[in-house]
Design a protein around this ligand. Structure first.
Ligand SMILES: [Zn+2]
Length: 253
């Protein structure tokens, strides 16, 4: 059912949330656009202007590693000043009420953690861009540390422990999906009673398989997204509206 308007959608969503003991949200770029984080894939988005740097290119070329870091530093103001929006805060309220065990996200912006989810309750399918790790030994590095050395040397530093390449903790195109996160997301989709797909166009596989998995396991499926998705037909409720406005009534005050 596609909600006729936002009020109808919110009322129906409230019933579905009340009826479910275990709610699992799956969030995409749309939940963070109100926070000033651009949707890279959208028309006019960053990735329509710059070809993304694939993982193989990052490994193969020092110039691509430098370019990748230059682009990341150019985005730093947007990422470091972004604050959780109404969508994030609503999910945190439902998490604190005991309904939501964890959130699955395609986002790399750390805003679910910033809104009050513990790290281990945010299942990041595409990693996290707010810090970096060594690709070989996994040691964590802060972006300020990387930037200082990049600006002094004109190229990004290598790992102090093992000499490996340091990269933002994101999953690049061509990089393997994080296995533990994929398993946890599958387990959450398998065991929830209500699956909320929020702000995702649901086109990026394999992540887009989770709503269908949940539905097949008997969960109800709600899609909240500005634009139609390929899964609108199978959802129990579809709300084509602004995510912050749709979820704001679920923020506990
Ligand atoms: Zn290392």
């Amino acid at each position: 059912m596609i909600a006729a308007d936002i009020e109808t959608g919110v009322a129906r969503l409230r019933d579905l949330v009340d009826e479910a003991d275990v709610v699992v949200p799956f969030t995409g770029a749309g939940i963070s656009t109100e926070c000033g984080i651009p949707d890279f894939r959208s028309p006019g988005g960053l990735w329509t202007k710059y070809q993304p740097i694939g993982f193989d290119e990052f490994l193969a070329s020092a110039e691509m590693r430098s370019e990748s870091w230059r682009r990341r530093f150019a985005m730093e103001k947007q990422f470091s000043t972004a604050r959780p929006g109404c969508g994030h805060l609503a999910l945190t309220s439902l998490h604190r009420s005991g309904k939501i065990p964890a959130v699955i996200t395609q986002n790399i912006d750390n805003l679910h953690q910033a809104s009050g989810f513990a790290d281990h309750n945010v299942v990041e399918l595409h990693g996290n861009t707010t810090y970096a790790t060594c690709l070989d030994c996994g040691r964590r590095y802060e972006l300020g540390w990387v930037r200082e050395r990049f600006e002094a040397a004109g190229s990004p530093p290598d790992c102090e422990a093992c000499g490996g390449y340091i990269k933002t903790a994101t999953i690049s195109f061509g990089q393997a999906m994080p296995e533990a996160a994929m398993q946890r997301a599958e387990q959450l989709a398998n065991t929830c009673e209500l699956f909320l797909a929020i702000g995702s166009s649901l086109v990026v596989w394999p992540a887009a398989g989770f709503p269908l998995l949940a539905k097949r396991r008997g969960a109800r499926l709600v899609i909240i997204n500005r634009d139609p998705t390929d899964f609108d037909d199978v959802a129990d409720l579809v709300v084509h509206a602004d995510i912050g406005r749709t979820l704001e009534p679920f923020i506990a005050h």
